[in-house]
Design a protein around this ligand. Structure first.
Ligand code: AMP
Ligand code: MG
Length: 492
C-alpha cells in the first residue's frame, strides 16, 4: 500500500484528473508500486517553478516519496493509459507497461500538463516486462529531453529522477529509477489507433473531443473539427520533424505510439544526435533495416500520420469514400509544410533572412560536400557561424567544391539588405554551439551511476542555452573520438 500525503496541495500540486473521465477502455486505474529506498538524483528546479511546485517540499521525504511512487496525494487517481501502435511497421496493442499518469497539473499560468511516473512498476499492459526502468536510461531521457527544450524544440520535459534502491535485471543488474515526465499530454497517434481498433465510434469521438479540448480548443467551433484536428497534428509534426532535421536529431524509434498529438517529441529511448553528416545515420541496435534513419524521418512521419488519418476516418465523413479523400488531401499537405519549415530553418543556419526557392540548391550543395567529406554536422555549422576558418579549420575546407560553394554563399549573403553582423547573429541563434554529444552523455551517465553527479550537472548547464557560445561550453563542442560507432539499445 502507498502512504497518503496529508494535503492534496502539498508542494504546490494542483492535480486534475480529466483523462480519468474518459470511457474506461482508455485506461486502467493502478497505484504505483512502492520502492525500497527512494533517493532523489535530479530535480529540475526551473521546471518545478513553471509548474507552480516548491522545490524544498519536493526534496523532502514526502516529496521524494511521491516522485518514486511510494506515496500518493489524497484524491489522486493514478492510471495506466491504453494505446496501440505500429512498431517497426507491425500493429500491436500496447499501453503504459511501466508508466502511470498521476494526473494533470494546473500550472500558475493556467496550462494543464500531464504528470507521469516512468518506471513505477507493472501494469495490466506490461506484457512480459518488469514495469521498471534503469537509472542510466532515465538520466539519459532527462538530459536529452532538457537539451531539446534548450534547443527550442517541442518536447516532453523531465522533472525528476529518483533511484528506487531496487536493482533491476537487464543484461546485467542495474540500479532501478523512476523518471517524472511532464507532457502537454500523452495522447499519441497510437491512442487513436487503439480507439479505432477497440472502441465504438462514440468512444473515438470522445477521445477526439478530448484531444481538441486539450490542444486545440478553438477548433470546437470549426465546421469540421476532426478534420481540423488532423490538419493541426499534421502541421505540428511537419514543424517538429523539420526542427529535428535541422539539429541532426535521430529519434530512433518513430513507432506510431511514440508520435504525439501535441507535436512534442516523446520517448527518448534509442535516440541520439548525428555527428558525421550522413542521411543513413542509425544508432538503434535493433533498427537493422534503417527504417528510422535520419534521412527517413520525414517519410516515416507521413506514414505515421496516415495511420492517424485512418483511425479518424469514421469522424471525417459519413461516406467512407469522402472520408478517404479528405484524409488524403490533408496528408498531401505535409510535404510542402515540412519543406517550408526545413528550408526556412536551413537558410537561417546560413544567415539568410528571406529564403528564396534557389536557396534550396545552396543548402543541398553544402550538404553534399559535407556528406562526401564526412564532415561533422553541428561542428560545420558552428564554424561557419564563427567564420573563423584560420584558427579552427573546417573539416570540409579542402573538399572539392567547397571554395566555389563558399563564394556563392558569400555572394548570396551580400545581396540581402541585412548586415554581415546581423547575419552572424541570426546564425548564432540558429546553429547550436553544443548538442548532447553521445560520448559526453555516456561519460556523464557513467559517472552518475558511480554516484559522481558533477559531470552530469556540468553537461546539463552547458546544454541549457546551446546558442550561448559561452566559454564554459567550449569543451562540449569537441568532436567525438574517431571510429566511435555509437550504438543505442532499446528495452531501456
Ligand atoms: P517503448 O519502446 O519505450 O516505446 O515501449 C513500447 C511498449 O513497451 C510500451 O507499451 C511500454 O510501456 C512497454 N515497455 C517498455 N519497457 C517496459 C518494461 N520494462 N516493463 C513493462 N513494459 C515495458
Ligand atoms: Mg513508447
Amino acid at each position: 500500500m502507498n502512504d497518503q500525503i496529508g494535503e492534496p496541495d502539498f508542494a504546490g500540486w494542483r492535480l486534475e484528473h480529466s483523462y480519468a473521465e474518459l470511457p474506461s477502455i482508455f485506461f486502467t486505474r493502478q497505484e504505483p508500486q512502492p520502492v525500497r529506498a527512494p533517493g532523489l538524483v535530479l530535480l529540475n528546479a526551473e521546471l518545478a517553478e513553471e509548474l507552480g511546485l516548491r522545490t524544498d517540499e519536493l526534496r523532502s521525504p514526502a516529496g521524494v516519496g511521491l516522485l518514486s511512487g511510494c506515496r500518493t496525494l489524497p484524491g489522486s487517481k493514478p492510471l495506466a493509459q491504453a494505446y496501440a501502435g505500429h512498431q517497426f511497421g507491425y500493429f500491436t496493442m500496447l499501453g503504459d507497461g511501466r508508466a502511470l499518469l498521476l494526473g494533470e497539473q494546473r500550472t500558475p499560468d493556467g496550462k494543464l500538463v500531464d504528470i507521469q511516473l516512468k518506471g513505477s512498476g507493472r501494469t495490466p499492459y506490461s506484457r512480459s516486462g518488469d514495469g521498471r526502468a534503469a537509472l542510466g536510461p532515465m538520466l539519459r531521457e532527462y538530459v536529452i529531453s532538457e537539451a531539446m527544450h534548450g534547443l527550442g524544440i517541442p518536447t516532453t520535459r523531465s522533472l525528476a529522477v529518483v533511484t528506487t534502491g531496487q536493482p533491476i535485471q537487464r543484461e546485467r543488474e542495474l540500479p532501478g529509477a523512476v523518471l517524472t515526465r511532464v507532457a502537454a499530454s500523452h495522447l499519441r497517434v497510437g491512442t487513436f489507433q487503439f480507439a479505432a481498433a477497440k472502441g465504438s465510434k462514440e468512444e473515438l469521438q470522445v477521445l477526439a473531443d478530448y484531444a481538441i479540448g486539450r490542444h486545440d480548443p478553438e477548433l470546437q467551433k470549426a465546421d469540421q473539427p476532426y478534420l481540423a484536428l488532423l490538419n493541426r497534428v499534421i502541421s505540428r509534426q511537419a514543424s517538429l520533424i523539420a526542427s529535428w532535421q535541422l539539429v541532426g536529431f535521430v529519434h530512433g524509434v518513430m513507432n506510431t505510439d511514440n508520435m504525439t498529438i501535441s507535436g512534442e517529441t516523446i520517448d527518448y529511448g534509442p535516440c541520439a544526435f548525428m555527428d558525421t553528416y550522413d542521411p543513413a545515420t542509425v544508432f538503434s541496435s535493433i533498427d537493422s533495416q534503417g527504417r528510422y534513419a535520419y534521412g527517413n524521418q520525414p517519410a516515416i512521419a507521413v506514414w505515421n500520420l496516415a495511420r492517424l488519418a485512418e483511425a479518424l476516418l469514421p469522424l471525417l465523413h459519413e461516406e467512407q469514400e469522402r472520408a478517404v479523400a479528405l484524409a488524403e488531401q490533408a496528408l498531401a499537405a505535409f510535404s510542402d509544410l515540412y519543406r517550408q519549415h526545413w528550408l526556412a530553418g536551413m537558410t537561417r543556419k546560413l544567415g539568410l533572412f528571406q529564403p528564396v526557392p534557389e536557396d534550396e540548391q545552396l543548402v543541398s550543395g553544402l550538404l553534399r560536400i559535407m556528406e562526401t567529406a564526412r564532415a561533422d554536422y553541428t561542428h560545420t555549422f558552428r564554424l561557419l557561424t564563427l567564420g573563423d576558418l584560420e584558427s579552427s579549420r573546417l573539416q570540409i575546407a579542402d573538399a572539392e567544391g567547397y571554395g566555389e560553394w563558399r563564394s556563392r554563399w558569400q555572394e548570396r549573403l551580400g545581396q540581402q539588405p541585412e548586415s554581415a553582423e546581423q547575419a552572424r547573429e541570426l546564425m548564432k541563434r540558429s546553429n547550436p554551439a553544443v548538442i548532447p554529444r553521445n560520448h559526453r552523455v555516456e561519460e556523464a551517465l557513467e559517472a552518475a551511476e558511480q554516484g559522481e553527479l558533477a559531470p552530469l550537472h556540468r553537461l546539463l548547464a552547458a546544454l541549457r542555452d546551446p546558442y550561448a557560445y559561452s566559454a564554459e561550453q567550449e569543451s562540449y563542442t569537441e568532436l567525438p573520438p574517431q571510429d566511435c560507432a555509437y550504438r543505442t539499445y532499446c528495452g531501456t
